[in-house]
Design a protein around this ligand. Structure first.
Ligand SMILES: [Fe+2]
Length: 267
């Protein structure tokens, strides 16, 4: 089986620990597995993607209660929310690998690397959650991220524009705010969580940069102007409106241009 078919197999795995192991083994053995960039993998309608455990129960984002790190349960709920984001992020990266044929080899290796790093994030946060006496599935979680993945399933350009460099880029803005709260709570567990988020933020800059790189590459291939075309895509796919504060420094490191940051501030 090709690396891309195996990415789909990993995406279908429901158990988070087994999914993490499958991704890590794919990453470790990538050199021995054929990539087959031009393989069109059948989109089997019977496949219910992504594979996910029965719990957590998914609820609309608006119904998710606010979490405060100032109580032990609140801290656990907050860590669970970030764990859920990481679980989704593994799925989003695997989907980018299997779904879109005929991209350069480095595209697939980039997204496999993202899946691998997200699997490390999930493991790290899940260990922290377990140290607080909980596990993944113990709290309700929002159902938002996969929706945009489905909407952009037919076009890799729209996917790059709206998933990594829109939804995932929000993580760059949100993480420092969560860290400030955690450091204010100042319990040993909260401080440890804030430190874990430092590692995650560092890696996420790289993931958003990969999204930016491939978005621009695809725009160039199709003769499109990236800033103007992003506006069209955001409107067409009803992308969520992003609200300040924006982490301009991290966004710049992730490859957003001044023109793109101005667009965010003015839209
Ligand atoms: Fe992550």
């Amino acid at each position: 089986m090709s690396l891309r078919t195996l990415a789909l197999t990993a995406l279908c795995i429901c158990d988070p620990i087994a999914k993490v192991q499958a991704v890590q083994s794919l990453w470790a053995n990538q050199k021995d597995i054929g990539l087959l960039t031009n393989e069109v993998i059948a989109n089997d309608a019977s496949l219910l993607l992504p594979g996910r455990p029965e719990l957590p129960r998914l609820i609309p984002a608006q119904q998710v209660p606010t979490r405060t790190p100032f109580t032990p349960e609140g801290l656990a709920a907050l860590m669970h929310a970030v764990c859920h984001i990481e679980f989704n992020a593994i799925n989003l990266a695997l989907d980018a690998v299997w779904r879109f044929p005929n991209m350069p080899e480095s595209y697939y290796i980039d997204w496999l690397r993202v899946a691998y790093e997200e699997s490390q994030h999930f493991e790290m946060l899940h260990a922290q959650l377990q140290s607080l006496g909980y596990r993944y599935g113990d709290f309700d979680a929002h159902d938002g991220m996969w929706h945009m993945c489905q909407k952009t399933a037919d076009d890799v350009l729209a996917r790059m524009a709206l998933v990594p460099r829109t939804l995932e880029a929000r993580g760059l803005d949100a993480t420092p705010l969560i860290q400030t709260k955690l450091r204010k709570a100042a319990t040993a567990s909260a401080l440890q969580a804030a430190d874990l988020l430092d590692i995650i933020l560092r890696d996420e800059v790289g993931h958003v940069a990969i999204g930016n790189h491939w978005y621009r590459w695809l725009c160039e291939q199709r003769g499109l102007e990236p800033v103007a075309f992003y506006r069209e895509l955001a409107k067409h796919y009803e992308a969520p409106k992003l609200r300040p504060p924006f982490n301009k420094e991290a966004r710049k490191r992730a490859g957003f241009t001044e023109a793109e940051l101005d667009y965010l501030l003015s839209s």
